[in-house]
Design a protein around this ligand. Sequence first.
Ligand SMILES: *[C@@H]1O[C@H](CO)[C@@H](O)[C@H](O)[C@H]1NC(C)=O
Ligand SMILES: *[C@@H]1O[C@H](CO)[C@@H](O)[C@H](O)[C@H]1NC(C)=O
Length: 351
Amino acid sequence: MRLLLLLAASLVGLACAKPVKDDGPEKILDLRLEALEGSLLRGTLVNKGKKDIRLFTRSTILDPNPVRKVSILSPKDQPRFIGVRARVSHDNVSDESLILIKRNKPFNFIFDVAHTYDLSKGGAFDIIAEGIIPYAEKKSNDLTGQAAYRSNRLTVHVNGTTAHLAKRALEERATVERDCVGDRALIADTARQACAMVAIAAAQSALTGDANQFVRYFRTADPGIRGTVAARFFAVANECAGNSQHARIFCSDPARLCQSDYISVTLGNSITNCDLYWQFPTVSNTCHGVGQATTTIHEITHVDGVFNPPTDDYQGHYGWPALADLSPEQAIMNADNYGFYANSIYINVGC
Ligand SMILES: *[C@@H]1O[C@H](CO)[C@@H](O)[C@H](O)[C@H]1NC(C)=O
Ligand SMILES: *[C@@H]1O[C@H](CO)[C@@H](O)[C@H](O)[C@H]1NC(C)=O
């Protein structure tokens, strides 16, 4: 909850968060998963809380895009994530992003696990869905609460051929033509150059800068961890400077991935900047604010091949200060830790 308010605060240009109560997520959602056919699942969500709420669907299990919705419980042989990673805004969210979930009234939705993981080897997969969904009160668009859920464990039996076709369809969506023209081409170019500059500064700081600053974001001053973070930043800087070319950046949304309240979205090695992205400054001058360059840093850390393994978005550890709760091992794998650390280095006032 703190994170949501802070994001909101940073978007209207305030430097500091108001102190807010932090009760943690409420365990008010019941989620039951069942297999319909192969990897196609139906979820049934029941609001066990005391009131009707409006759940924020973006980048959650309710998102129409194939964002990560379930975990696969096979520690030895984890299938690769092939879905969509969305960076979303929690500020002034639109009605379109919210779904009213009435108290005790089951809400059904369906999704296909083969759209998020490469299941083309086929066979049985054990899955579970666990997470947190921000919500607003019934007549509000302010995300003031967080609802936690944990589903039953379920075994799905997947036809590898069918799963492979689903993967191919996603890959085709990700390989459309380049589209940056006019003003957006110019802004995108500036953001890319700023990305390179800010990422280099962050890399140097990670290596030899203020240790306390580093610890605030990564929870340790271990030289090995500092080296890893620096190496990832250098790789991002190289990518933004055009010295390596793993990522493709889109200015419009030819693959139709953007949803209301998305800032940007990554599928495979394609980064799409959504309409909101263009409203942010090149680099934010406020602590933990959102800017184009640091958003691009965040997205580029997700791209395969830039610096492996690519980062993730830890659910519930999005934005400041939630990202500072991660262990060092998780923090170096969470995209937001890079974006926000880089922003604090750019501002240079000890955020
Ligand atoms: C909130 O969003 C609406 C449209 O979605 C817009 O008209 C309004 O100006 C926004 N308010 C703020 C404070 O950004
Ligand atoms: C998987 O699906 C394909 C095409 O739909 C079908 O030809 C094949 O027999 C199925 N394989 C299994 C193991 O059911």
